[in-house]
Design a protein around this ligand. Structure first.
Ligand code: MEV
Length: 436
């Protein structure tokens, strides 16, 4: 691979040519293949190109839908963007199971977001704290131009705290700022306010202090434990009868409960368990063009809040009532960011009835819980591979360029057999030879 100067200044055509020439035997064919993934409408492609830099083409991931999600009594068909087979099928399965058992319940605990200004102050701690009320007033006044519109929408800065962190690092102090950002995720708003606060701090210090104050950085925290949503399902244990062939209601409830306990106490299991939850959460977050990295980072920190990484979901069986609950922090928006700019994200939000950020949090948490329910149900009954590999069979068949008759024959053959790449290859080879 060569190095290149000024790559970003090249036209898209030149970028494609250069990159393809670096690795492909048939560079024009690769460029042509990339071109086939462009949006057919130039204006739409321009919108997509505008989201990132050095774009060559688009990378499609399936956009599917999980119907029959009853959440707080309302029915949703939930858009999901995910490449892993069986995730949408599993979510749809769980939606159907709970549709006739009261549906999903969800509520937002709170929506507080956090930002920090990290600073070094070389003077006496007491001096900074004595001036803090005046500094706070000045910061609030100076940031008015940024906060005004958010305040008109009912949000803004909720509180500003000065924290002495010098026990951890000499001269280190922190402004911990709480925000309400209404229907927007709020990253730009929060960062703009924090940077303004930092500037005010510097100018205040220049004017009033002898000792040196410097800003290290001003940035939101993606850990928002108080931007929290709960989703749960519950029903009498006896109503679990019929959920699966393998276990009757009470035995199912008990085995399910134990599986969740294991994820509460064992970090190795908890990681996979929570990954299953994020299979659902990320898919909806992506479909609505929200920031899945922020949401995952936040959730995993929350899962370790008592010092050990644990399950985000919990199960209880009390007085013969089975209850399965997910409590998860997440900062999402239904305005701002790409939510309305990405044409498919806009449609996803329309499909969900243009929810508020709070409603979207409830939908996403319900899908995360549904995903978790379906995965754990499979794990404690048939095992995960049966459903997973059946779905994966499509991918394997595509790999072998299976034709129509072959697809049906293979699905039939593997109805009661274990699917594996080799097993499918052997079956197809044998079938192709016998037909010749
Ligand atoms: C696979 O993507 C997700 C699961 O491993 C989750 C789990 O084990 O709970 C099935």
């Amino acid at each position: 691979m060569d190095t290149i100067k000024g790559f970003s200044k090249l036209s898209k055509e030149e970028k494609m040519q250069w990159v393809a020439s670096q690795f492909a035997e048939d560079a024009p064919a690769v460029v042509e293949e990339w071109r086939t993934f462009w949006h057919p409408t130039a204006a739409q492609q321009q919108v997509l190109d505008g989201f990132s830099e050095n774009t060559l083409t688009n990378f499609p991931i399936p956009f599917g839908v999980a119907p029959n999600f009853v959440i707080n009594g309302q029915n949703y068909a939930v858009p999901m963007v995910i490449e892993e087979s069986s995730v949408v099928a599993a979510a749809s399965y769980a939606a159907k199971v709970w549709m006739s058992r009261g549906g999903f319940h969800a509520s937002v605990v709170d929506t507080v977001k956090i930002g920090q200004v990290h600073l070094l102050w070389e003077g006496a701690s007491s001096q900074l704290f004595e001036h803090f009320e005046a500094i706070k007033q000045q910061m609030t006044t100076d940031a008015k131009a940024i906060t005004e519109r958010m305040e008109a929408r009912g949000g803004g800065v909720l509180s500003i705290e000065l924290l002495d962190k010098t026990e951890d690092e000499s001269n280190y102090y922190q402004l911990k700022v709480s925000f309400e950002t209404c229907d927007s995720m709020g990253a730009n708003f929060i960062n703009s306010v924090l940077e303004s606060f930092g500037k005010t701090l510097i100018s205040y210090a220049d004017l009033h202090f002898e000792a040196h104050l410097s800003i290290i950085m001003a940035i939101l925290s993606n850990y928002t434990p108080d931007c929290l949503v709960k989703a749960w399902v519950e029903c009498p244990v006896e109503d679990l009868i019929g959920i699966c062939r393998e276990l009757e209601g009470k035995a199912f409830a008990q085995k399910f409960y134990t599986a969740i306990r294991i994820a509460e106490i064992d970090p190795f299991r908890a990681t996979t368990h929570n990954k299953g939850i994020y299979n659902g959460i990320d898919a909806v977050v992506l479909a609505t063009a929200n920031d899945f990295r922020a949401i995952e980072a936040c959730g995993h920190t929350y899962a370790s809040r008592d010092g050990q990484y644990r399950s985000l979901s919990h199960c209880t069986i009390t007085d013969d009532i089975f209850r399965f609950e997910l409590e998860v922090p997440m900062a999402v928006g239904t305005v701002g960011g790409l939510t309305k700019l990405h044409p498919l994200a806009r449609r996803s939000l329309e499909l969900l009835g243009n929810p508020s950020a709070k409603e979207l949090m409830q939908i996403i948490a319900s899908v995360g819980l549904a995903q978790n329910f379906a995965a754990v149900k499979s794990l404690i009954t048939t095992g995960i591979q049966q459903g997973h590999m059946k779905m994966h069979l499509h991918n394997i068949l595509q790999h072998f360029n299976a034709k129509n008759g072959e697809v049906e024959a293979t699905f039939k053959h593997f109805e009661d057999r274990v699917v594996s790449f080799n097993a499918v290859r052997n079956f197809l080879e044998a079938r192709r030879t016998s037909i010749q």
